[in-house]
Write a protein that binds this ligand. Structure first.
Ligand code: BES
Ligand code: ZN
Length: 638
């Protein structure tokens, strides 16, 4: 049994098993008018009420089994929202099934939803709406038991004047038929029906509505699942090209390691630029930032990451925020195993090297809150998991699994174990203790004393509960693909006394680098003392980094330029960095992915707080509500 620090729902006593949503999307009012009908299972005798999580919902009525009932809403908690108590008129016996229906509307304070005006879309002709529910925002879209410990199936009828997508299988109208069922897009209301027959946690429920079209990918012979991409018509060809080679291929390769894909459909949706993440593994429908459309397939590893969640997270789920690393650490580890399988061992090593800087920065940034440096985070009730969101669960988690793999005898030994783990816990929500217990049980049966001795040699305390800025074990990775980038960074460091850097360095230096190697180069530079201003100018010009349209590279350039917050370079590059992020650089495109906008605002805030604050306030509405909330915290505005 497992309490959840972010939820007030009484799911240990009575738990949702299925939800039906009936939603009317009103773009003019920016409101969803909804009915949520929960089927619940009573888990023990003596249950007097059903408690749901809600936040910023306008609830008008509730009934149980068709009979109107009283409900009460608790005062609002800043993270957990308002507990909704539905009083039961009689006390049901354990094993009883209840049906609870709640009528409600979303409000302007709905954090899960961003309503975009037509100007904020690619086509500029229709508005757009999308959700982001992880970690704790589904409760602002509908009353639910908003804990990953609870898994439900769901069905939905979405009445919308624009094509509507959900994290489920499409029942009607057909995805491959005429757009919007042949009706007038933006005017006629069409009912979109969805069915998610696989039980999923509430954070994977998702909705998007806008002028989107579909193009399907080719899938290897013999597969029962389909795969394709959704995007606005203006982007569909670029999106199709970027992902068509890798999506189905990686999914099929993953199936050689773990049990078959269970969700029937694996689609990706390319969102408008304010989407706050790189990717979000919504069931059946991964959401992606449009910044992945680099035109060279260099950023598809984000898709590989999200599809890997189909097993780690969407299949085996963390019981609550304390065990979040089980989702992200396993996914990151497996994503890199696939890189080794489809590319090379060097490709896997390179991904770990690429991630090392982010891990080190994240660990350092939590010097004042060291519990967020841990893999298992002891959250207080009501503490915000978004405050703990960082590279730590991803990278420390993936390194921990790599360390276990190496300790136990390598991939040949470890991958069969991974299969067994997924097979044993798919459909369940688990804690780290349960994971560890299974690991021991598996290796007791497969290898015995020798493997158990290996497991006992692991410093569990340091890996799971340790704080500090270093990993418990110094890891070794294949550096083949990073070496040139390291050498070039060393050359720049050695040339820092050079009066005329523009004469020393040329575009030729990086001619053979792919974009990730450029990122590693820029990350490595930051391990040295900040470069002189003239050198940073040269770096930006000669290598084209200051204008680079690959956001991963552009961000790292600004990080180099702002590394010394009181330098000439920092004051010179803070305004363009802010303009790039809010899109007033002429691009008109906001960099809503928090990986890009948060570090820029945070650094800019330390260089020129007045400018950072003013830029944020003037452009705030371009960002998703989650990004607005976190940037405001980063700038100490709240
Ligand atoms: N599930 C996460 C995104 C997330 C985590 C949203 C926690 C809200 C709360 C997603 O799978 C993810 O990890 N995205 C990364 C991708 C990257 C690691 C390849 C991102 O957006 O940067
Ligand atoms: Zn992830």
């Amino acid at each position: 049994m497992s309490d959840d620090p972010t939820s007030q729902a009484n799911f240990l006593h009575v738990a949702s098993t299925h939800i039906h949503f009936d939603w009317h999307i009103d773009f003019a009012a920016k409101v969803i008018k909804g009915v949520a009908t929960h089927t619940l299972l009573v888990k023990e005798d003596g249950v007097k009420e059903v408690v749901f999580d809600t936040a910023a919902l306008d609830i008008s009525k509730a009934d149980v089994g068709g009979e109107g009932v009283q409900f009460t809403l608790d005062p609002s908690h800043p993270v957990m929202g308002q507990a909704l108590h539905i009083l039961l008129s009689s006390v049901p016996a354990q094993g009883t099934t209840l049906k609870v229906t709640i009528h409600y509307k979303t409000t302007a304070d709905c954090i899960a939803l961003q309503w975009l005006d037509k100007e904020q879309t690619q086509g500029k002709a229709h508005p757009y709406l999308f959700s982001q529910c992880q970690p704790t925002y589904m409760r602002t879209l509908a009353p639910v038991q908003d804990s990953p410990f609870v898994k439900t199936t769901y069905t939905a009828d979405v009445h919308s004047p624009l094509p509507a997508l959900m994290s489920a299988r499409r029942v009607a109208p057909p995805a491959v038929g005429p757009s919007h069922d042949g009706k007038v897009i933006g005017t006629d209301v069409v009912t979109y029906k969805y069915d998610q027959p696989v039980p999923i946690p509430s954070y994977l429920i998702a909705l998007a509505a806008g002028n989107v079209v579909y193009k399907s990918f080719e899938v290897p012979a013999g597969k029962t699942w389909t795969s394709g991409v959704w995007a606005e018509p203006e982007l569909i060809e670029a999106a199709f090209w970027e992902f068509k080679e890798d999506t189905a291929r990686f999914l099929a390769t993953e199936e050689t390691v773990v049990p078959p894909y269970r969700f029937g459909v694996y689609d990706v949706l390319v969102l408008p630029p304010s989407f706050p993440y790189g990717g979000m593994e919504n069931a059946c429908l991964t959401f992606l930032t449009p910044t992945l459309l680099a035109g060279d397939r260099s950023l598809v590893d984000v898709v590989v990451h999200e599809l890997t969640h189909s097993w780690f997270g969407n299949g085996v789920t963390h019981a609550n925020a304390t065990h979040f690393w089980l989702n992200e650490g396993f996914t990151t580890y497996m994503e890199r195993v696939l890189q080794e399988k489809l590319h090379s061992p060097a490709a896997r090593g390179f991904q770990f090297l690429l991630g090392a800087k982010g891990l080190s920065d994240a660990l350092k940034s939590y010097a004042d809150r060291p519990k967020y440096q841990r893999l298992i985070i002891p959250f207080d009730k009501g503490e915000d998991p978004d405050d703990a969101y960082s590279e730590v669960p991803y990278e420390k988690g993936a390194n921990f699994l790599l360390h276990l793999e190496q300790t136990l005898g390598g991939l040949d030994v470890f991958l069969p174990y991974i299969y067994d783990y997924v097979n044993a816990y798919t459909g369940k929500s688990i804690t780290t203790d349960i994971w560890k217990e299974h690991l021991y049980t598996y290796f007791r049966a497969h290898g015995g004393v020798e493997k158990i001795a290996a497991l006992n040699s692991v410093n569990w305390e340091a890996w799971l509960h340790g704080e500090g800025t270093e990993l418990p074990v110094k890891m070794k990775y294949d550096t083949t693909l990073a070496q040139q980038a390291y050498d070039l960074a060393a050359k720049w460091n050695a040339a820092r006394g050079n009066e005329n850097p523009a004469g020393t360095f040329t575009a030729e230096d990086i001619a053979t680098f792919n974009s990730n190697q450029k990122v590693v180069f820029l990350q490595t530079l930051q391990a040295y003392p900040p470069l002189p201003a003239a050198h940073i100018d040269t770096l930006g010009k000669v290598y084209g980094f200051a204008e680079n349209t690959n956001a991963e590279i552009r961000l790292r350039f600004y990080e180099v330029a702002l590394q010394d917050r009181v330098s000439l370079s920092a004051s010179k590059y803070t305004p363009p960095a802010l303009e790039w992020v809010v899109g007033t650089d002429g691009s008109g495109v906001v960099k809503g992915r928090m990986k890009f906008c948060r570090p820029v605002f945070a650094a800019a805030g330390e260089v020129d707080h007045v400018l950072a604050k003013q830029t944020f306030e003037e452009n705030q509405l371009a960002f998703h509500p989650i990004a607005q909330k976190l940037i405001a915290k980063d700038l100490h505005l709240v």
